[in-house]
Design a protein around this ligand. Structure first.
Ligand code: IPE
Ligand code: IPE
Ligand code: MG
Length: 229
């Protein structure tokens, strides 16, 4: 008998660069391999009747610090990914949503993001959220500014939850690959009571088999939410 049901899974996909370097390849090859993993994990989540939302950290507000060529490659890869995966979204009834400040992206990429969101908006099996130019602090700050603009005199936790860009739901489980054990400015507000799981597996090597094991582990954990159990 499982103790917990996982509705919302979040993943910090880390280790693409190290995966490639270990093989004597350029970091970009690691990102390409990582994109394949996103597809596999997303379709696995779509086939799991409990999981409603899977949120993937693809590009942080801090990732602009990387070499220009790597950033450009990531933008091109994202465009290619969305174009190629439209078929996957439709076949598996997956809705695509972007969070983060995509205004900083090129006009064609913004258009691709908008179009993919529109074309998949009625899909109901799973919502796949890609965090793109996303930062947890930036998300909370814009939520607060939005509430101020609306004239709120007093701001409650529910107000902030409702004003966030991420369609609000607490994250049940947050996984980070590659052995790093930090949050790197991901969903700060939403993970207050998430279960955390860190695996040494580099993202391109991450499989649905490992995910299934991690979910089993999650299902057996005792979540107390501050109470007594
Ligand atoms: C994660 O892999 C992908 C992005 C942050 C875009 P990294 O590129 O961070 O890989 P490592 O951490 O350098 O191995
Ligand atoms: C976090 O990975 C961001 C994404 C996975 C998109 P990073 O590789 O950028 O994080 P740090 O710099 O190691 O904390
Ligand atoms: Mg990294």
């Amino acid at each position: 008998m499982s103790k917990n049901t996982m509705k919302h899974l979040a993943i910090i996909m880390d280790g693409n660069g190290r995966w490639a370097t270990k093989r004597g390849l350029s970091r970009t090859k690691g990102h390409e391999a990582g994109a394949e993993t996103i597809r596999d994990i997303t379709t696995y989540c779509a086939a799991n009747p409990n999981i409603q939302t899977a949120t993937f950290y693809a590009f942080s507000t801090e990732n602009w610090k990387r070499p220009k060529l790597e950033v450009e490659f990531l933008m091109k890869l994202l465009d290619r990914y969305l174009q190629k995966e439209l078929e996957t979204y439709q076949r598996h009834n997956i809705r695509f949503l972007a969070i983060g400040d995509t205004e900083a992206f090129s006009a064609p990429l913004r258009k691709r993001i908008r179009l993919t969101q529109e074309l998949t908006q009625n899909n109901t099996n799973l919502t796949q959220i890609l965090a793109l130019n996303y930062g947890g602090r930036a998300e909370i700050t814009s939520a607060v500014n939005r509430l101020i603009k609306e004239g709120k005199q007093h701001i409650s936790e529910e107000d902030i939850s409702g004003a966030l860009q991420t369609p609000y739901s607490d994250i049940d489980l947050l996984i980070r690959t590659s052995g790093e054990e930090r949050i790197s400015n991901f969903l700060l507000w939403q993970i207050s009571y998430s279960e955390l799981y860190f695996t040494p597996t580099l993202w391109p090597d991450f499989t649905s088999k490992e995910l299934a094991e991690i979910i089993k582990n999650f299902e057996q954990r005792t979540r107390r939410f501050g109470g007594v159990k």
